[in-house]
Design a protein around this ligand. Structure first.
Ligand code: HEM
Length: 380
């Protein structure tokens, strides 16, 4: 075992945040059992994310729009999706998300144990996304079931299972895209229909491209929003002082606090790249064609950048990598931030206290997922 090759960074059953905290001070770069080079330090993760030439995003044999594309091709598709994710496009949905959040919180039983991830985060994520995209409420149970199975498949590392689950999701997406395409002028006026009418290179997006874009907007992000809600509620349950502060915070202060909690405990663990030539990074030589992982969770806790990892939204904002950096930086950041803020504001408005359930400590997720698996809490 060489200095940069400790045993196994993908070991099932490990809390990745704790494990990378342990590794990072001694090993800037580690090679896991899957043969991937995992970058753990802030400087290296940011450098690789900004170096679009030497670190390509074309990592998958499947079409991934826009995250698996490089260069001009990436830019052309990125411009299409950016139209749906800016402040003008999203502002009309603020009251919609507020209604979804208020209803969900009003329906939560008080004084009993609830799981912040599955009872609040997942349900809110699915309802908010369906409302945004114009998808029917009847899809909600199917999407919730899918999220659970997707998590289980990811954790298992079973390729056939993950592929099967991905195909099920594409089927759900086709069930909303195909009728809209067939209805043409009579399709409902919603975000999904508008996306179906988008052009790239002077032609309509193909079915394959549409499915890929919508998979990206929902498949990955439903899970991330649910996990983020779990992380935020777990943090608030253990920091009553912060709860008091947030009750009187402005929207901007609330967004900054959310970003900082997610920096400390980033459930969106990593993204992949492939080297286009031999590179030296973190003092390690990596060959051309190597698979590389940018570990955002670890980079966001790098002691070299974040002074003892103290909660300090103002000081740490500039270096925060929760939404990435470079050309692939998350275009859904505004949507995610608004959804998370609205969910938290609704919760704070309707409950007096948020406490961890007695004798049921939060359960961390394990590799390759981040955040918490379960956060049992009681609201009064
Ligand atoms: C809290 C939730 C979220 C987190 C933490 C998150 C984080 C990230 C990160 C770190 C990246 C960079 C990937 C890379 O460099 O390879 C990314 C990319 C992306 N995110 Fe998000 N994201 C979230 C929510 C969303 C939402 C709600 C959407 C859209 C509805 C979205 C759409 C995307 C897309 C399309 C990309 C690929 C961009 C590109 O390749 O140009 N994300 N996200």
């Amino acid at each position: 075992m060489t200095d940069h090759m400790p045993d196994d960074l993908s070991a099932a059953g490990r809390d990745l945040r704790a494990y990378t905290d342990e590794l990072r001070p001694r090993h800037p770069v580690v090679k896991n059992v899957a043969g991937e080079w995992v970058l753990l330090r802030h400087a290296d993760v940011a450098a690789a994310a900004l170096d679009h030439e030497r670190f390509s995003s074309g990592v998958s044999r499947y079409l991934q729009v826009p995250n698996g594309l490089d260069g001009d091709e990436h830019t052309r598709y990125r411009n299409v999706i950016a139209r749906f994710l800016g402040p003008d496009a999203l502002t009309p949905f603020v009251p919609v998300f507020e209604r979804v959040a208020a209803q969900l919180v009003a329906d939560l039983p008080k004084g009993v144990v609830l799981d912040a991830v599955s009872d609040i985060g997942a349900v809110f994520a699915v309802r908010a996304q369906c409302a945004w995209l114009g998808w029917p409420a009847e899809l909600e149970p199917r999407l919730l079931e899918w999220m659970q199975e997707n998590h289980a498949a990811t954790r298992s590392g079973d390729r056939a299972w993950t592929t099967g689950v991905a195909e099920q999701f594409d089927e759900i997406i086709r069930s909303v895209v195909l009728p809209r395409r067939a209805a043409d002028g009579n399709a409902p006026d919603d975000v999904t229909t508008r996306l179906c009418r988008e052009m790239v290179d002077g032609r309509l997006l193909t079915e394959l491209e549409l499915v890929s874009i919508l998979r990206n907007w929902t498949g990955g992000d439903l899970g991330s929003i649910a996990l983020c809600v779990g992380v935020l509620v777990a943090h608030l349950a253990q920091q009553p002082g912060l709860v008091a502060q947030l009750r009187t915070a402005s929207d901007e202060q609330m967004d900054a606090a959310i970003d900082e909690v997610l920096r400390l405990d980033d459930p969106f663990v990593s993204n992949r790249r492939i080297t286009t030539c031999p590179v030296r990074i973190g003092g390690v030589d990596i060959p051309s064609g190597a698979r590389v992982k940018l570990n955002w969770t670890s980079a966001n806790r790098d002691e070299a950048v974040f002074d003892n990892n103290r909660f300090d939204p103002e000081r740490n904002a500039a270096a925060n990598l929760v939404y990435g950096i470079g050309k692939h930086v998350c275009p859904g950041r505004l949507l995610a931030t608004w959804e998370l803020r609205i969910a938290l504001q609704a919760l704070l408005a309707s409950v007096q206290t948020i406490e961890l359930a007695p004798d049921q400590p939060p359960e961390r997720e394990v590799a390759p997922v981040g955040g918490y698996h379960r956060v049992p809490v009681v609201f009064t």
